[in-house]
Design a protein around this ligand. Sequence first.
Ligand code: DAT
Length: 179
Amino acid sequence: GAACLSLPVLYLGFGLLGTPGVGKSTLGKELASRTGLTYISVGDLAKEEQLYDGFDEEYECPILDEDRVIDELEDKMHEGGVIIDYHGCDFFPEHWFHIVFVLRTDNSFLYDRLESRGYKGKKLQDNIQCEIFQTLYEEAMLSYRKEIVHQLPSNTPEDLERNLDQIVQWVEQWKKDNN
Ligand code: DAT
């Protein structure tokens, strides 16, 4: 298949984190197509495989069954070459990731993106607060060695292009150093 055209990417695990709406799936999918890495959205996976354990009445959403998510992903993470997209990370095993990027978006941009996604009321406010308080950046800094956690601005299409260029370059270097 097409994957044979690129060098195998040994054991590279890659975390793409941040508040909903910051641009994880946009960046992750484009990165996958430029690097040959596999993009996995934990949210989508949970939906497809129904990896849930109960229902959160306050937020009106199913509660992720973290143990089953880990079971489901463990083999893929050991094969490597995977980009994992999720907002949180405190339940992922530390050895999964060689590098973690936390995307950051200014309030005004994020507000518009979440509103046009249909978020309103408490859900909208809580997600904006999550970004203001840099909750997910701090979670990443507590969950992984600080040296592997990087913040990237994700406000504009120019940011997206710059982030793509920078990460593609990093991945290319990683392949050279590790194969
Ligand atoms: P996430 O996966 O983090 O929830 P997304 O990739 O679905 O976010 O992006 C949310 C919306 O914002 C979507 O309409 C695309 C847009 N977007 C993403 N990154 C952007 C950027 N750097 N500049 C402008 N818009 C962006």
